[in-house]
Design a protein around this ligand. Structure first.
Ligand code: SF4
Ligand code: SF4
Length: 112
């Protein structure tokens, strides 16, 4: 089992999660983060820290494609352990549907 970052992180990217992870297994894309499934120790500490409620245990039904996306991009994106400011328009994007289709970027973020 692992925890996965899901759609509502896209363009919200508040990054409260990165500071609490004991094994630093978050990786940064241009407009979302992912969790490396092989590094996550399933502690669950990050889940309640996410203001966008984007972090879920992969035991929840229907998250297979998100698990795949987290696994794939964790290999390509840089590690991130230090919280930066969220995007200025993060609140406007919180809860918007269809962000994967309209806004997901495969480009890497800055990392630490
Ligand atoms: S706290 Fe939530 S919205 Fe922010 S970067 Fe982490 S998973 Fe994404
Ligand atoms: S569940 Fe724990 S180990 Fe996994 S990403 Fe969240 S804080 Fe890190």
């Amino acid at each position: 089992m692992t925890y996965v970052v899901t759609e509502n992180c896209i363009k919200c990217k508040y990054m409260d999660c990165v500071e609490v992870c004991p094994v630093d297994c978050f990786y940064e894309g241009a407009n979302m983060l992912v969790i490396h499934p092989d590094e996550c120790i399933d502690c669950g500490v990050c889940e309640p820290e996410c203001p966008a409620e984007a972090i879920k245990p992969d035991t929840e039904p229907g998250l297979e494609s998100w698990l795949q996306l987290n696994a794939e991009y964790a290999q390509n994106w840089p590690n991130i352990t230090i919280k930066r400011d969220p995007p200025p328009d993060a609140k406007e994007w919180d809860g918007k549907p269809g962000k994967l289709e309209s806004c997901f970027s495969p480009e890497p973020g800055e990392g630490d």
